[in-house]
Design a protein around this ligand. Structure first.
Ligand code: NAP
Length: 336
């Protein structure tokens, strides 16, 4: 009999609905197979996870759909117990394509609607799954508000059509949000952003909260298994940061669990990935017990290294200066 974790904390969306304060990531990082990720989803829901972060580009939705069907048949959970997120990939931004992509994902996952559907990246720049870090697509171009809004209007239609309950954005910056939020008929319920102790994005986090948008933190453990294309020599390993290691020793847990406690207590929904049962169970359990003190929270806040891991360089366009352009680091939308 698997251990079931109880009393999982929740967060309240702007709509008033309470959703789980932690979810399971499903990106195998080009390292774990769809079968392994599917098995982890089965085990994770059995032990109490109720939120799943999916995406068509992870190339495992069909396998996860198979698992969801089994979970429902076996009575482990009902569809309405789960909060399932999907994402449209960059090569499906054209007219009608967002809706087609959402339908395909729903079909693969064997569900009739998403709880949350995200625009994975705010531009149509495509790279093939598993490509190398220096590959470039000659069709890549900078963000354009009109182009993004064409995608967002389709997301709004998805809500009208009952294909998702909420819509949201991912990999945005404050200048891009400033450009698009006034134009949205349906406001984003959530914003997925890279977030871990070594890369806390305090301005974007505060901006999201001020606009009643729930932050969801990806790579919450610093993504130790991330693909080669997302690695550079300067990267900081969160679980080796002295502050995290010291606090972990005090709580007698793995440093990864300190990253998760910190995220949940800060108000970010972390979506840690693991296919290893002891890891995903301890990740869930960590946010239900033995919280960090105010002093520990402050110590981690001060330890921010502003070290982005997913730089996104494969999405760069001709003429771009470098990956910083994807993130509008000088406060303006780069290239437009
Ligand atoms: N919106 C976006 O653009 C975007 C981008 C990236 C990711 N995401 C989402 O965010 C999710 C999480 O990000 P991620 O998978 O890159 O990174 P992550 O969750 O920070 O790191 C996952 C890795 O951490 C290790 N780990 C997990 N639990 C552990 C524990 N208790 N103790 C020690 N090590 C542990 C595992 O490494 P080993 O495999 O070595 O055991 C695992 O593969 C993804 O799966 C995906 O759903 C979204």
């Amino acid at each position: 009999m698997k251990e079931t974790v109880k009393n999982i904390p929740t967060v309240r969306l702007a709509s008033g609905e309470e959703i789980p304060a932690i979810g399971l990531g499903t990106f195998g990082s080009d390292k774990y197979t769809a079968e392994q990720v599917g098995d982890a989803v089965y085990g994770a829901v059995c032990c109490g996870y109720r939120m799943l972060d999916c995406a068509s580009v992870y190339q495992n939705e069909d396998r996860i759909g198979n698992v969801l069907e089994r979970l429902f048949q076996d009575g482990v959970a009902a569809r309405e117990d789960l909060f399932i997120t999907g994402k449209v990939w960059n090569d499906m931004h054209g007219e009608g394509q967002v809706i087609a992509s959402c339908r395909k994902s729903l079909e693969d996952l064997r569900i009739s609607s998403f709880d949350l559907y995200l625009v994975h990246w705010p531009f149509p720049n495509y790279h093939a799954p598993g490509c190398s870090g220096d590959s470039r697509n000659p069709d890549s171009r900078p963000f354009r508000t009109e182009e993004f809004m064409q995608v967002w209007r389709q997301c709004e239609q998805l809500v009208e059509m009952g294909l998702t309950r909420y819509i949201g954005m991912s990999n945005m910056t404050i200048p891009k949000l400033e450009a698009v939020l006034p134009l949205c008929n349906v406001k984003p319920a959530a914003l997925e952003l890279e977030c871990h102790p070594g890369f806390q994005q305090p301005e974007l986090f505060d901006y999201a909260l001020a606009h009643h948008i729930q932050p969801i933190g990806y790579c919450p453990l610093g993504s130790p298994s991330r693909p080669e294309r997302d690695r550079t020599a300067e990267d900081v390993a969160d679980t080796a940061m002295p502050e995290i290691v010291r606090i972990a020793k005090r709580h007698n847990v793995h440093p990864a669990l300190i990253c998760l406690k910190w995220a949940v207590q800060r108000g970010v929904i972390p979506i840690p990935f693991s296919v290893k049962e002891p890891q995903y169970i301890s990740n869930l359990k960590a946010v239900t017990e033995d919280p960090l003190t105010d002093e520990e929270m402050e110590c981690i806040r001060l330890a921010d290294k502003n070290c982005r891991l997913v730089k996104g360089q494969v999405f760069l366009w001709e003429g771009a200066n470098g990956w910083e352009d994807l993130w509008d680091t000088d406060g303006r939308i780069a290239g437009s």
